[in-house]
Design a protein around this ligand. Structure first.
Ligand SMILES: [Zn+2]
Length: 264
């Protein structure tokens, strides 16, 4: 099988284990079917902006041209730092976008990736947000009517929990996830009183299993910027990473817009 595409992040479907799909010029490919097979990724030396499609020499923030990066609502500062969101005061790059992405219900959650971390997500992104980060368990602990308030809760919890994932640790077999529900009371008590009203105390933790069938030897991050052809046996998929038998790991999302040929 040979397929071509401008890489997009893999589409994940909640299942046991998670199902992964890659969109190509000829339609979607179920990547779980390629596990245990040798696959080859060939970089075609073209990058296309994920938003406007323009051919670009270098991408910003996982796939955008510079003009899109600096003006698109998808790359506004509050995407990474929800506490900076001003949509609730009527200020945003694109208010129509903010209506459907910032001024809707958000969750603050605890997830287990390389340890317990805190994060924020739109209610519509559950459970995809957790799968994308390779979490093996996740639990919403607060629900707010907009992005800004969720960001305030996250900031208040950053002194107690990490807000980033150590991807090398995440890609190795982990100890079973701890019981996240045991953390909820501690986390909510850590909040200022005016934010405690958004707390959730009766949610169930979600467990997530990934199609990973082999422990990797020493992990090596692969990039098409340095190596135009990657070829090895696919042994697993976790988060947005393809895992190879030799220990190479390929972050699909980071290569957004890269034109490749996939042979399997
Ligand atoms: Zn663009």
């Amino acid at each position: 099988m040979i397929a071509s595409c401008n890489l997009h992040k893999m589409r994940a479907v909640m299942s046991d284990p998670v199902d992964y799909y890659l969109s190509t010029d000829g339609g979607e490919i179920r990547l779980n079917d390629l596990i245990h097979r040798r696959i080859t990724l060939r970089y075609q030396h073209e990058i296309h902006c994920l938003r406007c499609g323009r051919k670009i020499p270098k991408s910003f923030v996982q796939g955008y041209c510079y003009p899109c990066f600096s003006t698109a609502p998808e790359t506004e500062e509050c995407v990474l730092r929800p506490e900076l969101c001003r949509a609730h005061e009527g200020v945003a790059r694109d208010m129509a976008y903010a209506e459907t992405h910032c001024l809707i219900d958000h969750y603050v959650y605890l997830s287990y990736t390389s340890g317990i971390k805190v994060g924020v997500t739109r209610n519509t992104q559950v459970p995809v947000r957790w799968i994308d980060q390779g979490a093996t368990a996740a639990l919403p602990i607060a629900r707010t009517p907009n992005r800004y308030l969720a960001g305030c809760i996250e900031v208040a919890l950053k002194s107690r929990y990490a807000d980033k994932t150590n991807w090398r640790t995440m890609l190795q077999p982990l100890a079973p996830a701890p019981d996240l529900s045991a953390e909820v009371q501690h986390a909510l008590q850590h909040l200022p009183v005016e934010l405690q009203v958004y707390g959730l105390t009766s949610e169930q933790a979600l467990q997530l299993n990934y199609p990973v069938y082999q422990k990797l030897p020493k992990i090596v991050s692969l990039t098409l910027d340095k190596q135009e052809e990657l070829s090895d046996t696919l042994v697993g998929i976790k988060g947005q990473y393809l895992l190879f038998a030799g220990g190479g790991v390929f972050n699909v999302r980071k290569h957004g817009g890269y034109r490749i040929q996939l042979e399997a």
